[in-house]
Ligand binder design. Structure first.
Ligand code: KIV
Length: 275
């Protein structure tokens, strides 16, 4: 079944949990889409997990479009959300609408995501007015890593918690159809989820959000051994891949691969003529 902004809202209304995973290329999007996830996020986390940067700040619009296009080619049913990279929407409302438009027109995303609450509500409103669905993102907003002083849980004291509630309402009022809550204490995420009419998608925000999102490399242990507390490893694909690569190296070195079974034959008479 095709997922749309309407079906995602229905899931909140009928208390059916929403699933979202990241993907950054064709083959992984195909696997994740076939598994039946509701939404695929082409996150700017690609800067770290695909491109090897230390944070997401170096990711460009061209990077996002390149990867979003590949994901779109591999996706049939999931709703594709393209992340707006650092400096693609903070600079002006005009930039925000143009760059959101590029993710839809050139990247073939169905929706865009941008970080921030009250501070970006005019950008969200303008993008929504251009008929582009928006996902908000509050709590730990990795594009603000330097301003936040690191990747830390947000909303821990009363003032910060109240500010997050205010941000969540601002994002909803501006017209976003969903909001990601990243690294937020579970009780605060529950309160926000109860107060909003749009779905909340949690990452490190406890069980009471309307949905969950994870970076696939984290859940498959393909990226680093220091994954955050909120990441559950659903499979050790990193270890499986390492073992497969090592077996390949050994078999090539020992002349075991490729055996007859993996080679093409030639008719005897042609072979004899070559000799
Ligand atoms: O870029 C990303 O993958 C994200 C998720 C962590 C929500 O924003």
């Amino acid at each position: 079944m095709k997922n749309t902004v309407v079906s995602i809202q229905n899931q909140k209304d009928t208390h059916e949990k929403i699933t979202m995973l990241t993907a950054y290329d064709y083959s992984m999007a195909k696997l994740i889409d076939n598994a039946g996830v509701n939404m695929i996020l082409v996150g700017d986390s690609l800067g770290m997990v695909m491109l090897g940067y230390k944070d997401t700040l170096s990711v460009t619009m061209n990077d996002m479009i390149h990867h979003t296009k590949a994901v779109a080619r591999g996706t049939t049913d999931a709703l594709i959300v393209g992340d707006m990279p650092f400096m693609s929407y903070q600079t002006s409302i005009y930039d925000a609408v143009c760059n959101a438009g590029r993710l839809i027109q050139e990247g073939n995303a169905h929706a865009v995501k941008l970080e921030g609450g009250t501070i970006v509500k005019e950008q969200i409103r303008a993008i929504v007015n251009a008929s582009i669905p928006v996902v908000g993102h509050i709590g730990l907003t990795p594009q603000s890593v330097n301003a936040l002083g690191g990747f830390k849980v947000q909303g821990k004291d009363i003032k910060a918690a109240q500010k997050l509630i205010e941000d969540a309402h601002a994002v909803e009022e501006a017209g976003a159809f969903a909001v990601v809550l990243e690294c937020v204490p579970a009780p605060l995420a529950k309160q926000i989820t109860d107060e909003l009419s749009i779905p909340t998608i949690g990452i490190g925000a406890g069980a009471h959000c309307d949905g969950q999102v994870l970076v696939y490399q984290d859940m498959l242990n393909m990226f680093s051994n220091n994954s955050p507390k909120f990441v559950k490893q659903f499979a050790d694909v990193g270890e499986m891949m390492t073992q497969a690569f090592q077996s390949y190296i050994t078999e090539v070195q020992q002349g075991i691969f490729p055996s007859e079974a993996y080679s093409f034959r030639m008719p005897e008479e042609i072979k004899n003529k070559l000799a």
